[in-house]
Write a protein that binds this ligand. Structure first.
Ligand code: ADP
Ligand code: ZN
Length: 809
């Protein structure tokens, strides 16, 4: 924009990271007027504090009628958000009812903005006192430190100890120091580490001779003699300290850059496309060339060559001078696709995910911003990558729940990707073997173009899936004995072990945590109105529906098999591991569940061992189901296939079908054909039976009919309001008031609840949920009303509105 135009627009509308959905107006001082553009960060004063916000637009006249404050400083020299991305983020924030400033803050890499802290500086009087040198003790220390530069209280305390704060107060009262805000540069830096090396020029033989009586020091010295320098954290602390004191070893610091792109695959050979792949690729390439923002559903079974289609689409985008964005649901899956992209495209890619250190993320971000790196790969947040000439966006495993951000800015990556694509003029490829019902339904209505890859590459068969009816199995077992592994599954494990193959035993544990599932017969109590499972509340000793709050006492005996007492018991992964160890004492057995995954590096190590065939039987939860490639796995056993059906979520059947299909896809990907055994109490359930034929369409038809009859998405619309507070009485009362008000003011919307949330008490707060169900317009109206009402709740009660909830748990 030319300067005279800027001169006319002296008002900036700024998005600030505060929970108010408004832009705030500031005047632009003449000195910086030429420098400020939308998308740049600025520092402003807000309610007595300094905040960093993003300029969203410039205007010639304010909307606000009072006096405007000026912008204090410009943070960036170039916009960090382009006009197109800014528009996309504004539209999305508006759609999901998120305050714009919070949405924009989510979109910028953490740690890249300066941090503003409260601190202290000397007044002229204080400076005079410091220079006179008259002061003593704590006062002197503070004056001397501040004479060099303003400091934060924390910095001063680190030097001056406990006396610092009272001394600072006294100095402020006397007018020697004043408080001042201190701006610290971006916090994200490349990490550094301490290293140790043998002192240069030292005589190794002489040192060895002196360490005759200090074996641990000698051992440490020998390690350094072999390889120097080494990170100090890899060496024992006490011997190292002693060696440094003797002058044998010196320590230093260095940057620790990591190769975040990983290693390329060895065989990078370009394959010939199959006829199916070529047919699917053709309309995608046409859309890339025509810059058409079409959404494609690439619907292909596991191993059907979807990834190859993505790679070709990326290549086409690059050929036409454009860029590509490839999204995967999880970090562990980025490694796999990174290797394939890297072997095809070399270093022309950047990676963005939460596993990077802040400094690394900023670095990757800057590579993309520079414009020479045309491909971005990563999890959900890579959608905010600064790519201005997008030619294609890929979402692999598009049905995965990890694409939904469940906090703050509650966007879904699929919707945001479609908005970015529309702005950039490029297609979106949604890839999956088991598309989300929303996506498949959109394809049915012609909003998305569906492309099918029906067969595995090279005519490899899909694994054969066998269903074992646990009810039959139980009938055959001796009375009173629990059946955990059926005879068929035990025999298959035995056989696979004998042949040197690997097995995965899969137990979906989430259903058990609510203790609503009978492991003797698979029975779970459900709500007659909502058709979701009831949840047992130990505190009240009642079963409750988490949608409509219907309640009833738990049955004395299991409603399915009549067993007393056992109706509320489940089975855990540890118990399963015990069982397997007893049955197969010589097998190499490992377990991967949420508890184990919390240990640093544990997940990677176990998955690595499994791939390296150092594990015979892996017992795991849903974590092992996701798209990993394990060539040696021949047998997959699902211990209780129907558990997931009993979660209080209308998507329970969809998740169960997706999970089982995905787990089944783990077997026999490479060598021998795979075998899959599903143990279930409901072999004829529409979410279980079609897994056997890998028949997504059959499942889809039945699930859609079910959703239609109950008015759930994708046919109807559903929004979710969660209220939480410390007092049960107050929270309950205000949740009731809110739902009554919603019923009264939006009569066209079906207001369900309040009912206790599936986690009714979390971190000391009571949680209630209200569901809004109906047509788009009514649900949106009710959600807006709930959002506005939620800003005026009393007694510390807070509310969150999700206009398109993904998980109801
Ligand atoms: P998906 O992404 O659908 O699971 P992949 O793209 O990973 O499938 O393909 C499965 C396997 O087939 C991979 O090992 C891949 O290298 C190989 N492959 C893919 N397309 C071809 C092709 N046209 N010719 C030969 N091999 C192929
Ligand atoms: Zn109900």
């Amino acid at each position: 924009m030319p300067e005279d135009l800027f001169a006319a627009s002296r008002v900036a509308r700024v998005a600030l990271p505060v929970p108010v959905d408004e832009l705030f107006e500031y005047t632009i001082p003449a000195t910086i007027a030429a420098k400020i553009e939308p998308g740049m960060r600025v520092r402003v004063r807000f309610g007595g504090r300094a905040l960093v916000g993003v300029v969203v637009e410039r205007a010639s006249a304010p909307h606000f009628e009072g006096r405007l404050r000026p912008i204090e400083a410009v943070v960036d020299s170039a916009p960090v958000l382009s006009p197109a991305l800014l528009t996309v983020l504004r539209d999305t924030a508006d759609d999901v009812l998120c305050p714009i400033g919070i949405a924009l803050a989510t979109a910028l890499p953490a740690g890249s903005a300066p941090v503003i802290r409260k601190g202290y500086a000397l007044t002229p009087r204080g400076r005079h006192a410091a220079e006179s040198g008259a002061a003593r003790g704590a006062v002197r220390a503070i004056l001397e430190a501040l004479a060099r530069a303003p400091r934060t209280a924390a910095q001063l305390r680190a030097q001056g100890g406990a006396q610092t704060v009272p001394t600072l107060d006294a100095l402020s009262r006397d007018g020697w120091v004043r408080s001042q805000e201190i701006e610290r540069g971006p916090t994200a830096r490349v990490a550094r580490e301490r290293i140790a090396a043998i002192t240069p020029g030292a005589d190794l033989a002489a040192m060895r001779a002196q360490l005759g009586r200090a074996p641990r020091q000698l051992e440490t010295l020998e390690r350094l003699a072999e390889e120097s320098p080494l990170p100090t954290r890899t060496l024992p602390a006490a011997p190292l300290r002693a060696l440094v004191e003797r002058g044998f070893v010196v320590t230093d610091e260095r940057d620790t850059p990591r190769d975040v792109l990983g290693t390329p695959l060895e065989d990078a050979a370009q394959v010939e496309l199959t006829a199916d792949q070529a047919r699917a690729l053709q309309p995608i390439e046409a859309a890339i060339r025509d810059r058409a923002p079409t959404s494609f559903l690439l619907h292909g079974v596991t191993g059907s060559g979807k990834t190859e289609v993505y790679l070709r689409a990326v290549a086409t985008a690059l050929e036409t001078g454009r860029q590509a964005l490839v999204l995967v649901p999880e970090i562990t899956l980025t490694h796999q696709i990174l290797a394939r992209l890297r072997s095809r495209f070399g270093d022309r890619l950047a990676v963005l995910h939460s596993g990077l250190r802040p400094g690394e993320r900023v670095e990757q971000w800057q590579r993309l911003r520079g414009g020479d790196t045309p491909i971005a790969v990563g999890a959900r947040s890579a959608l905010f990558a600064p790519l201005e000439r997008l030619g294609v966006i890929v979402l692999d495993e598009e049905h995965d729940g990890a694409y939904k951000n469940d906090e703050g800015f509650r966007y879904h990556a699929r919707e945001l990707a479609q908005r970015r694509a529309a702005a950039a003029g490029c297609p979106v490829i949604l890839g999956s073997a088991t598309p989300a019902l929303e996506t498949r339904y959109a394809a049915e209505r012609g909003e998305i173009q569906r492309l099918v890859l029906a067969h595995r590459i090279g005519g490899r068969p899909l694994p054969s899936v066998e269903l074992v009816d646990l009810a039959d199995e139980k009938a055959q077992a001796p009375r009173g004995r629990k059946v955990i592994l059926s005879r068929r599954l035990r025999a298959a494990l035995n056989e696979t072990l004998a042949q040197g193959g690997q097995s995965i035993l899969f137990l979906n544990r989430r259903g058990f945590s609510t203790r609503i599932f009978c492991f003797d017969c698979g029975h779970a109590e459900r709500c007659e109105d909502c058709d979701v499972a009831l949840v047992y509340h130990a505190s009240e000793g009642a079963l409750r529906c988490h949608y409509c709050d219907h309640q009833r006492p738990p049955p004395e005996r299991c409603g399915g098999c009549g067993t007393p007492d056992t109706a509320l018991l489940g089975l855990g992964t540890e118990r399963l591991e015990e069982e397997v160890r007893t049955l197969f004492p010589h097998a190499r057995i490992a377990r991967l569940d949420r508890d184990i995954a919390q240990r640093r590096g544990a997940t990677e190590r176990i998955l690595h061992d499994l791939r390296a065939e150092a594990i015979d039987v892996l017992i795991g939860t849903q974590m092992v189901a996701k798209g990993h490639d394990f060539p040696g796995v021949r047998l997959v056993g699902v211990v209780a296939a129907d558990v997931g059906l009993h979660l209080p979520d209308f998507r329970a059947a969809e998740r169960t079908f997706q999970l089982l299909t995905q787990v089944a896809g783990r077997a026999g990907r490479d060598r021998a054909p795979g075998r899959v055994i599903l143990q279930t109490f409901v072999p004829n359930h529409y979410a279980v039976a079609p897994v056997r034929e890998h028949d997504y369409e059959k499942f889809y038809a039945q699930e859609l009919a079910h959703r239609t009859s109950l008015g759930f998405p994708p046919v109807g619309r559903l929004a979710h309001v969660l209220l939480h507070g410390e007092s049960l009485v107050d929270t309950t009362a205000q949740a009731q008031q809110l739902s009554e008000r919603l019923r009264r003011e939006v009569p066209g919307c079906d207001v369900l609840g309040p009912a206790p949330a599936p986690l009714p008490r979390l971190r000391g707060r009571y949680r209630w949920q209200i569901l809004l169900k109906g047509e788009d317009a009514e649900v949106r109206a009710a959600a807006l009303l709930a959002r506005d009402a939620s800003t005026r709740l009393k007694d510390g009660i807070q509310a969150a509105v999700d206009v398109r909830p993904w998980s109801m748990l």
